[in-house]
Design a protein around this ligand. Structure first.
Ligand SMILES: C[S@@+](CC[C@H](N)C(=O)[O-])C[C@H]1O[C@@H](n2cnc3c(N)ncnc32)[C@H](O)[C@@H]1O
Length: 273
């Protein structure tokens, strides 16, 4: 057994916030559903600052081998720090895109990805590689936010785009929404590489805001979404666009007391056949 950890030490405080709030509902669903088995070979694709990589390593234990793949250099430094503080020995990190996985055919029991697939530039290549390195009957388990994410906000985007007659932004908004895919389109994309859907769990959450500016000032939005939203609007129209958008959100808050944006939470498990 390892030693207790001192909760007052700088090292422990540094790693205490294991997973961010955006990732947590997806991670909860994933961890409640993945197949857990002794002496497994597992991979986490797109682990960011270590989730669920570190959690998988701790739940599967020393007898299992946990690989992680990501391309985010700064995040990987943080993961290595978590591994050091927790004294973890069963993780191996490949700092490269999962479009090419440095493992032999038919090697892994389980591949997980929490909120990964929307970020892969070449999803098909990743799915083909997952299929190659999984053993027969091995599982690919993903959690993701499909189309429907932030619906309420995108409806308002659409209204303002129409009002301002930003014709090119109409198709940009459609592409932006569609890049997430529906449950059906994600299943087709993955099944075409030789997998079969074996389990699906759907949940929903939402983010509630008390004032319009809070939506765009929020750290999550500024880190993960705002840049992509701005790109849909011509630079010389952005000031007016966001002012009109804020007015619409303000009206809704006056009517309902808050502004809520939906987040569909989807877990899907595929078996290599
Ligand atoms: C939204 S983050 C999710 C991070 C983490 N799984 C979580 O739940 O907090 C998506 C991650 O996928 C990684 N990523 C993007 N493209 C990738 C690729 N081709 N191969 C491996 N990781 C990739 C990003 O660097 C990022 O860490």
């Amino acid at each position: 057994m390892k030693e207790s950890l001192d909760w007052q030490s700088k090292d422990v405080v540094n790693i205490y916030d294991e997973v961010n709030l955006w990732s947590a509902p997806f991670g909860r669903l994933l961890l409640e559903n993945i197949p857990v088995k002794r002496e497994s070979k597992v991979m986490d694709i797109g682990f960011g600052t270590g989730f669920p990589l570190i959690e998988l390593s701790q739940r599967f234990g020393k007898g299992s081998k946990i690989y992680g793949m990501d391309i985010w250099e700064e995040a990987i430094k943080r993961v290595k720090e978590k591994i050091r503080v927790l004294g973890i020995s069963n993780i191996e990190i490949f700092e490269q895109s999962a479009e090419s996985i440095p493992l032999p055919d038919n090697d892994l029991d389980l591949i997980c990805s929490n909120l990964g697939i929307n970020n892969f530039e070449n999803k098909d290549a990743v799915y083909f590689e997952c299929h190659r390195v999984l053993k027969r009957n091995g599982s690919l388990c993903i959690s993701t936010n499909p189309i429907g994410t932030f619906n309420e906000l995108f409806d308002k985007f659409s209204d303002v785009i129409d009002e301002m007659r930003l014709d090119r932004s109409v198709s940009e908004l459609k592409d932006h929404i569609d890049h997430r895919g529906t449950e059906r389109s994600i299943i087709s994309e993955i099944e075409i590489t030789g997998f079969r859907l074996s389990k699906k769990v759907y949940d929903e959450t939402g983010i509630r805001f008390a004032e319009p500016e809070a939506v765009f000032d929020h750290g999550l939005i500024r880190t993960g979404f705002l840049e992509g939203w701005k790109k849909m609007i011509p630079p010389d129209s952005q000031k007016e666009f966001f002012m009109l958008l804020l007015n619409k959100i303000e009206n809704e808050i006056n009517r309902n007391g808050e502004f809520m944006i939906s987040v569909p939470v989807l877990y899907m498990e595929f078996r290599k056949v």
